[in-house]
Design a protein around this ligand. Structure first.
Ligand code: G3H
Length: 254
């Protein structure tokens, strides 16, 4: 059964105090204003805040915790890295893998992304695998092929059981933090194309059940239309997830 998810990626923002305040506000607003159980909420704070936020959201079954990155290694002499078992031990349930900012600024390639997904999955942490094309690829009308290739060189190498555990996030790079959102039609056609590719790589049922999130300048003003698309199952929200009111309104767009 396909799950609706709204995930907030805080990126490198907030101090400890600000993070506590933000997540308390979101937690309260979700408790007070979000009824039914048709949407799962994920917050993705920076590493130092994971443990305290895990405790803070413990009593709210709708709220879940993600990390922004995970090491491909199990443990050992990897200064600065954080392992999947460490994340697991502080209550992390999901982890972002393949975000365009990690691909761009940290040169993360397909081989590393696959290792990171496998490392997370081995600990029972669900990867949120991000894909999406840069502007020049969209302008050359090669975006469907480009994203399909991103899936073929990573996700395709998971077992059926591993694939069942992951979430996909489509984030056109030209829409991230730019205020230039993909139109709901552009999002829908890419999500449908991703689902078709997943169906070819795995099977139709697994592809149908896969949660595919949209990310890129989503906000309370455009979320409803985006989430109304048949193949858009929620959002990976950057900027708007840093404001409790905006983030909650996006959650309420379902
Ligand atoms: O991970 C989130 C995305 O990069 C979207 O960021 P944005 O909502 O600020 O455009």
């Amino acid at each position: 059964m396909r799950k609706n998810i709204v995930a907030g990626n805080w990126k490198m923002n907030k101090t400890y105090q600000d993070a506590q305040a933000l997540v308390s506000e979101i937690d309260n607003m979700v408790k007070d204003e979000v009824s039914g159980d048709n949407v799962e909420v994920i917050v993705t704070p920076p590493f130092p805040f994971l443990h305290s936020i895990s405790k803070l959201i413990q009593g709210n079954s709708r709220m879940h915790l993600a990390a922004q990155d995970v090491s491909a290694h199990e443990s050992g002499a990897y200064t600065g890295e954080v392992s999947a078992s460490m994340l697991k031990s502080v209550g992390v349930e999901y982890v972002l893998v393949g975000h365009s900012e990690r691909r761009q600024y940290h040169n993360e390639d397909a081989d590393l992304l696959l290792k990171k997904m496998k490392a997370a999955l081995a600990q029972g942490i669900k990867p949120i695998f991000c894909c999406g094309e840069p502007l020049e690829v969209r302008e050359a009308d090669d975006h469907f092929k480009y994203v399909a290739q991103q899936l073929r060189e990573t996700v395709a190498h998971l077992s059926n059981e591993e694939f069942d555990q992951i979430v996909i996030a489509y984030e056109p790079i030209w829409a991230i933090g730019t205020g230039r959102t993909a139109s709901s039609a552009q999002a829908q056609e890419m999500h449908a194309s991703i689902r078709e590719e997943l169906s070819r790589l795995f099977n139709a049922e697994a592809a149908y059940n896969k949660t595919i999130l949209y990310g890129g300048s989503a906000n309370p003003g455009n979320a409803k239309e985006l989430f109304a698309q048949p193949d858009v199952d929620g959002g990976l929200i950057g900027g708007a997830s840093l404001k409790s009111r905006d983030f909650t309104d996006i959650i309420k767009s379902f």
